[in-house]
Design a protein around this ligand. Structure first.
Ligand SMILES: [Zn+2]
Ligand SMILES: [Zn+2]
Length: 248
């Protein structure tokens, strides 16, 4: 067995370590909307008090934390001594957040979402309301709370709309169409992976007629038992027949 070499302990006198830093400057190349953190003064470190309490302490019988165990820690208000300021409201964007939560920023995000929606709608192929139930088994509207946004008839969509929207709510002109995803069984793939652990080129010893025989069986089986899923697509938009909607 190899000889055990214990780690070598070194003690760093803190006073000496900090003395070295004493006359240094921290260089900060601040970008637009960045400022020095007011909490740590740009150092990125703060003193934390780590309070603690003691059981059976007759001076503080109610579980208080009257004692301290100060240490130096990273500042929780910033990264590396720098904070980011919201250009709209001038407040600090909280550490760990990309955007401010102020009204101006929310308005901008809303406008951006509308812009994206309008672009998608402009690029989508438009369909008449009758396409639902004909070309499309399901339609999709992201605010529709049932069935994860999917519905297959205007009646159920209107019923939901009536129950959850008042008259002032803006009605969407279109909802999205869906594409079908079919279950797939590929004889080539299945035989190929079944041959993997046999011997080299085992797959090539299977006759193409035998592969076709398997695929024919799969196709017949899929027709009877195969499953279909539906997924919304921004390529198709179906017009909502609001002319058929009754408010009362
Ligand atoms: Zn800080
Ligand atoms: Zn803001």
């Amino acid at each position: 067995m190899a000889e055990f070499n214990p780690p070598e302990r070194t003690l760093i006198p803190i006073a000496n370590a900090f003395k070295k830093l004493w006359n240094c400057d921290l260089v900060k190349d601040l970008r637009e909307n960045e400022e020095i953190c007011p909490v740590c003064g740009g150092t990125g470190i703060v003193i934390v008090d780590n309070p603690y309490g003691l059981k059976n302490d007759s001076n503080y019988p109610n579980g208080a934390f009257p004692y301290k165990n100060y240490s130096i820690s990273f500042c929780k208000n910033c990264y590396n001594g720098v904070i980011r300021i919201c250009p709209d409201c001038g407040q600090q964007i909280p550490r760990g957040y990309l955007k401010c939560s102020c009204a101006a920023e929310q308005e901008r995000q809303k406008e951006q979402a509308i812009k994206v929606y309008m672009e998608r709608l402009a690029n989508a192929e438009k369909h008449a309301p009758s396409a639902l139930g004909d070309e499309f088994y399901y339609a999709y509207y992201d605010e529709y709370e049932r069935d994860e946004g999917y519905f297959c008839g205007w009646d159920e969509f209107f019923e939901w709309w009536k129950n959850s929207h008042d008259l002032s709510y803006e009605k969407p002109e279109y909802v999205w169409g869906t594409t079908e995803i079919h279950m797939c069984l590929d004889a080539n793939d299945i035989i190929d992976s079944a041959c993997e652990d046999l011997y080299e080129d085992a797959y090539s010893n299977i006759d193409s007629v035998a592969i076709k025989e398997m695929q024919d069986f799969f196709d017949k089986w899929l027709k009877e038992h195969g499953l279909t899923a539906y997924e919304f697509t921004y390529q198709h938009a179906i017009r909502v027949p609001w002319e058929e909607y009754e408010d009362d």
